[in-house]
Write a protein that binds this ligand. Structure first.
Ligand code: FPP
Length: 250
């Protein structure tokens, strides 16, 4: 991979034994990036796809094992239909162009969210990519699509309560692992690092259960300007953190 001098410098500083296993990203700021340039919001989303490609490449190179990308929330349906339509086209456009590289790199695509609620063409493109890459054993890329964390928790609670009602499990046997297992993320480990560009300091209904002990990294940079350097800076900063999980420093 072609890296700039700065990227090489940052890469050398990273401790390869302490790379975050799971990185989650809220890809925010596409609209503001476009507006600043006098462009329609959708131009920001299109430019955001490039950042997504670069991020997948650097995460893969660094040895991150899981990358979870907030692509479309259950609240994003409130946007103008033109914008929603455009956003629904991006996964198939991206996947049709990139699927070969993803397979070459042994990357496994998964989704989180109510996939059944997507337009057919979007759902089919995502499902096809999932099937095509399901045997791949490298980086897992979770696309959170039509995803909302409260809805995800509610869905898990309903599934568990059905199992209690039909006697498949006992109420006393329900623990935190049971709830985790019924989330879209299933048995994937929780994110170690959350990256949110664009200067917003909130979670926006993303992985509320899973991020109880996740380290957060924010940047003012809008997502379309987010590049490998930012990703490496986030990882370096993460490596300086002292994760105590409510305990004491070792
Ligand atoms: C938030 O920025 C971004 C989104 C709602 C969409 C993110 C989607 C992509 C980056 C492309 C996805 C591509 C693939 C291939 C799945 P915003 O529009 O809320 O920005 P603003 O806060 O500046 O308005």
């Amino acid at each position: 991979m072609n890296l700039t001098t700065r990227e090489k410098e940052l890469l050398q500083k990273i401790d390869s034994k302490r790379v975050p296993y799971h990185v989650a990203i809220i890809m925010d700021g596409n609209g503001r990036w476009a507006r600043k340039r006098g462009l329609p919001r959708i131009a920001g989303h299109r430019a955001g796809v490039n950042s997504l490609k670069e991020t997948i490449r650097i995460a893969d190179q660094l040895g991150v094992k899981i990358l979870t990308l907030y692509t479309f929330s259950t609240e994003n349906w409130k946007r103008p239909s033109r914008e929603v339509k455009f956003l629904m086209k991006l996964p198939e456009e991206y996947l049709s162009k990139e699927i070969d590289e993803l397979c070459e790199k042994n990357i496994c695509i998964k989704s989180m969210g109510e996939i059944a609620g997507l337009p057919d063409h979007t759902r089919k493109a995502v499902e096809e990519a999932i099937i095509k890459t399901e045997e791949n054993t490298g980086l897992i890329v979770n696309f959170a699509l039509n995803y909302g964390s409260r809805g995800e928790i509610l869905r898990a609670v309903k599934k568990i309560s059905r199992l209690v009602s039909d006697g498949s499990i006992k109420e006393d046997d329900i623990n935190e692992d049971t709830i985790s297992a019924f989330l879209y993320s299933g048995r994937q480990p929780d994110p170690d690092l959350l990256i949110r560009p664009s200067g917003e300091l909130r979670l926006s209904n993303f992985l509320l259960w899973q991020m109880a002990y996740t380290e957060f990294w924010f940047t003012e940079t809008y997502w379309p300007d987010f590049n490998k350097e930012h990703f490496l800076e986030a990882v370096l900063d993460y490596q300086k953190r002292n994760r105590r999980y409510g305990g004491l420093t070792k």
